[in-house]
Design a protein around this ligand. Structure first.
Ligand code: PMP
Length: 414
């Protein structure tokens, strides 16, 4: 099998049992190109999950018995692993959530309760709904104003001049994605953070699409909050991280109540636990959190930079082959973009048609609005098909994907 990249792709693929699957009536070998939605999970992570259920399952933080202590130690070891992974100052700034979505909801719900009517939140037109709707809910609740940075005319990049003009003395929060899940655009995080900070706003970076493709360094970004999900970084589902600057988290009220987030409870009132537990109500997915450790280890062992270089080679190959197909239109051409290709084919094939036909040929892509309806409106489309690459994809898979597009091309006589 020919493939770019500087690691042994066959050995790496062997770590992912799901890649041996076949799909569809013809029993075609699976080509999984839906990595933006979720990435697959290597054996070492699956084994860590099995281990958690078969060896150490006991609720965390509550027991003096051995199993409970082991489960607690495993969870807290992951917290410290995440801390070093992103370069946070303290493990107390790492809060486990159910995912990026819950992490953003936590900040929107809690931080925005400190704001005053008329204060402003700025998002971008390329945000995932998870980084729009929580702010809308907070805006309605507290009388805040929500605005969005547009794309620079004719490009897939944010219009930072428009952003500069939007910033003002009422701007309190700027929330934006590091990487667009549709366009693949890599936003200039530090520049946006600096502009927001200069206006006195706090910044939340949605790192859901960045975390498995570039090294996140809290200090380099200087963001106040960062949110990401384990399942997009080869880890278990249902676990996310909110990094928050300690002084801000200290000032923020709890997001949910119950379980270990208290210091003392009376019927009349309660006091809160120290960070990070103040924001972790109820029993967490401690088995998954423990296994998340193995995913971060895997990611670092394989090398985020090497994975990104590998994905980039696949992206260049796929786009150059797709550009030769008449009628194919790619949405998102920003320089240095991530290995995400959103596309349509001629006027007659809908994104749904493309996705269904590719599936029949064993190729998994995602279709629709990708939880980015404002961006779809800006692009003037109802939806797009999206192929996205991960560490285990190969050049042969790219050729199979483009061959399949050629067949679709013939079906629709584009
Ligand atoms: N933000 C972005 C940019 C995303 O791509 C996604 C997932 N598609 C999310 C947020 C939401 O992540 P989750 O569903 O894991 O909470």
């Amino acid at each position: 099998m020919t493939t770019p990249g500087s690691y042994d792709i066959e050995a790496l693929r062997a770590e992912f049992p799901i890649l041996q699957r076949t799909v569809g009536e013809a029993g075609a070998p699976l080509v999984y190109l839906d990595n933006t939605a979720t990435s697959q999970t290597p054996d070492c992570v699956v084994r860590a999950i099995v281990d958690g259920y078969t060896r150490t399952k006991a609720n965390v933080h509550r027991g003096v018995h051995t199993l409970s202590q082991e489960a607690t130690d495993a969870q807290e070891a992951t917290r410290r692993r995440v801390q070093t992974f992103i370069g946070a100052e303290s493990h107390e700034e790492i809060i486990f959530t159910r995912g990026t979505t819950e992490a953003i909801n936590l900040v929107a719900s809690s931080y925005c309760s400190l704001l005053s009517p008329g204060d402003e939140i700025i998002v971008t037109v390329m945000e995932h709904h998870s980084d729009i709707v929580p702010w809308q809910l907070a805006a309605e609740r507290h009388g805040l104003r929500l605005r969005a940075i547009p794309l620079r005319e004719g490009t897939s990049e944010l219009d930072l001049d428009a952003f500069a003009a939007m910033l003002g003395e009422r701007t309190r929060v700027v929330a934006f994605t590091a990487v667009s899940n549709v366009l693949g655009t890599v936003n200039p995080v530090r520049r946006i953070v600096d502009m927001a900070h200069a206006a006195g706003a706090v910044v939340l970076v949605d790192a859901a699409q960045a975390v498995a493709h570039e090294r996140i360094d809290v200090r380099a970004w200087d963001a106040d909050f960062i949110a990401f999900s384990s399942h997009k970084m080869y880890g278990p589902t249902g676990i996310g991280v909110l990094y928050g600057r300690r002084d801000l988290l200290d000032r923020m009220p709890p997001y949910q109540g119950g379980g270990e987030m208290i210091s003392h409870v009376d019927i009349a009132r309660s006091t809160w636990a120290e960070l990070p537990f103040k924001f972790e109500a109820g029993t967490p997915d401690f088995v998954g959190i423990a296994a998340f450790h193995a995913a971060i280890d895997w990611l670092e062992r394989t090398g985020i930079e090497r994975i990104a270089a590998h994905e980039h080679e696949l992206l260049v190959l796929a786009e150059s082959l797709m550009d030769e197909l008449p009628g194919v239109r790619i949405y998102g051409r920003a320089p240095g973009k991530c290995a995400i290709i959103s596309f349509l084919m001629g006027p007659d094939a809908s994104a749904y048609d493309i996705g269904m036909l590719l599936d029949q040929m064993g190729i998994a892509v995602r279709t629709g609005h990708h939880c980015a309806q404002p961006l779809m409106h800006a692009l003037g489309v109802a939806g797009v098909a999206r192929a996205s690459f991960a560490a285990y994809n190969t050049a042969d898979e790219v050729h199979r994907f483009v061959d399949a597009l050629r067949r679709i091309h013939r079906i629709f006589r584009l």
